[in-house]
Design a protein around this ligand. Structure first.
Ligand code: DQA
Length: 148
């Protein structure tokens, strides 16, 4: 079973970008950590990061044909206003779990809204990079529940 970890804009700068908010670990570290978790629970993972809205939409669209069981998605700031990304999530049957490293609800007002969460299977916020692991485990259970 194959899952996709999709990261949106500015997440390529993890570790360098506002480390007090997002921590000191890089996207490479996250990738390595997630590979280990995936091995432990016997699933395979692909990773993609883009700063471009359209690229993220293309990856969402191709999730079905690439046989992903689910997508762990941190849409970055697109979360708060991208109806195009929301529509892309709505357009596919592959379930998405939204992840935010920081607790967006404890931050600026504009981060309190997610236009993508209502069309996602669930949302995990505020637990740092551990949120990606939680999201993967939640997705695996979610997919099992769907199959049952
Ligand atoms: C983020 C939160 C967003 O508000 C922000 O624009 C990001 C990162 C997070 O992971 O906490 O780019 O998605």
């Amino acid at each position: 079973k194959k899952y996709l970890v999709l990261n949106g804009p500015n997440l390529n700068l993890l570790g360098k970008r506002e480390p007090d908010v997002y921590g000191k670990n890089s996207l490479e570290t996250l990738t390595a950590q997630m590979k280990k978790v995936a091995e432990d629970i016997n699933v395979s993972l692909d990773f993609f990061q883009s700063n471009h809205e359209g690229d993220l939409i293309d990856w969402l669209h191709s999730a079905e044909e690439k046989n992903y069981e689910g997508i762990i998605f941190n849409p970055g700031a697109f979360t708060h206003y991208s109806y195009a990304i929301r529509d892309a999530i709505s357009s596919i049957t592959v379930p998405v779990v939204e992840v935010h490293i920081s607790n967006v609800h404890a931050r600026e007002e504009f981060r309190h809204q997610s236009v993508t969460a209502p069309v996602s299977a669930g949302q995990i916020v505020g637990f740092g990079l551990f949120g990606y692991e939680l999201a993967l485990k939640a997705l695996v259970e979610h997919v099992k529940g769907r199959e049952a």
